[in-house]
Design a protein around this ligand. Sequence first.
Ligand SMILES: *[C@@H]1O[C@H](CO)[C@@H](O)[C@H](O)[C@H]1NC(C)=O
Ligand SMILES: *[C@@H]1O[C@H](CO)[C@@H](O)[C@H](O)[C@H]1NC(C)=O
Ligand SMILES: *[C@@H]1O[C@H](CO)[C@@H](O)[C@H](O)[C@H]1NC(C)=O
Ligand SMILES: *[C@@H]1O[C@H](CO)[C@@H](O)[C@H](O)[C@H]1NC(C)=O
Length: 364
Amino acid sequence: MAKLRSWQLRGQLHLLTGFITGFVCAFMLLLFIYDVHNGISCWPTSSSSSGSSDYTSSRAMNRFSADLSPAIRVLCMVLTCPDYVERYAQHVYATWGQRCNKLIFVSSENYEPLGVVQVVDSDGGNYEDLWNKTREGFRYVWLEYGAQYDWFLKADDDTYVIMENLRHMLSAYDPDMPIYFGYQMRRYNVSYMSGGASYVLSREALRRFMSEAYSSAKICPAAKKTGIEDFYMGICLQNVGVHLIDSKRALPAEQKPKFFPLDVAKYLFNSNVSIPDWLREMSVSQIATGNDCCSNYSIAFHYTKPERMYLYEFLLYNLRVFGRSYEEQLPAQLTAEELFELFPIENNLDIRDLSQMHEKPENF
Ligand SMILES: *[C@@H]1O[C@H](CO)[C@@H](O)[C@H](O)[C@H]1NC(C)=O
Ligand SMILES: *[C@@H]1O[C@H](CO)[C@@H](O)[C@H](O)[C@H]1NC(C)=O
Ligand SMILES: *[C@@H]1O[C@H](CO)[C@@H](O)[C@H](O)[C@H]1NC(C)=O
Ligand SMILES: *[C@@H]1O[C@H](CO)[C@@H](O)[C@H](O)[C@H]1NC(C)=O
């Protein structure tokens, strides 16, 4: 305003120049906004609301800079049980669960206020029934919501997930590719993603799981007691051509883990004794502790007590450090060729027919 006023004092010619400059600037700004808006349409899919072209400019800018949730639609399936609804599930509901595009708790008993859905018989919801609950949970989610979401996260009720960072990683991938992400482990010579650290299936991975693996005991363990949920899932998915993407390698800019099967404090403290031997033996990569342990875009932490969930909420979403700011970029999208080269299907001869598997756990 002050500038405009001084121009007026200098006469009409200057005023005219001012108008022209203003017009040109406004026009360029419009072009820029238009461009940004167009850019959004190359995201994998868009929700019903993102198809329209009557954005206000500020909304379009905001969407570009930060909010990926309309374009990268994640359904969160959180496993719980009747005894843990109050102790754990309600705190997931009150914290990170709100940032999922859809939050579903699967259990052996309904509880409507939190959206807890019974997917197994009421006497079949114990820890030993975890495999059945996971299978049935995915079945329910696929039948009810398969068409409406791009990605399907499986977490436990003591996992904490930073949904913004999950979408940031997923933005480099296409949900119509058969892929799944998490913390990669290996047992009996078979790779899989740790269950407690949570894992994410693309829509195509879930489609294949349901249409090809779910009902074939030859390639995917049938419902049974004391199954090993995450290990079984790894077998079933690989047998239907789903590629495992260790989140450590999912973003080329930073080769560090993003899903953690232990409390993240155990990694940050620079000590070998904080990481148990079983985890070192089962992990496919070396485990680092201290400053190098964890990606700046970390996604999921297991063994998070309810109190800790609220601490994370405060530290991540409220607390500010005065004077800090940083620039951010989205990762480049991988082509199918790059993806299959970086993350080839592993040699799976041994699990093609589970009745012939050489080395296997009991109860298989
Ligand atoms: C798995 O769950 C389904 C649905 O509740 C049930 O019909 C089936 O008997 C269960 N199987 C086992 C082995 O628990
Ligand atoms: C932890 O153990 C590994 C070998 O197992 C060793 O290379 C590393 O230096 C150890 N780190 C610390 C902090 O003691
Ligand atoms: C992670 O954050 C720290 C602190 O801002 C920074 O020094 C480091 O360079 C970041 N790492 C990467 C790979 O961006
Ligand atoms: C383990 O798998 C690799 C390929 O992934 C294979 O070369 C090797 O022979 C397997 N080892 C055993 C003991 O089955």
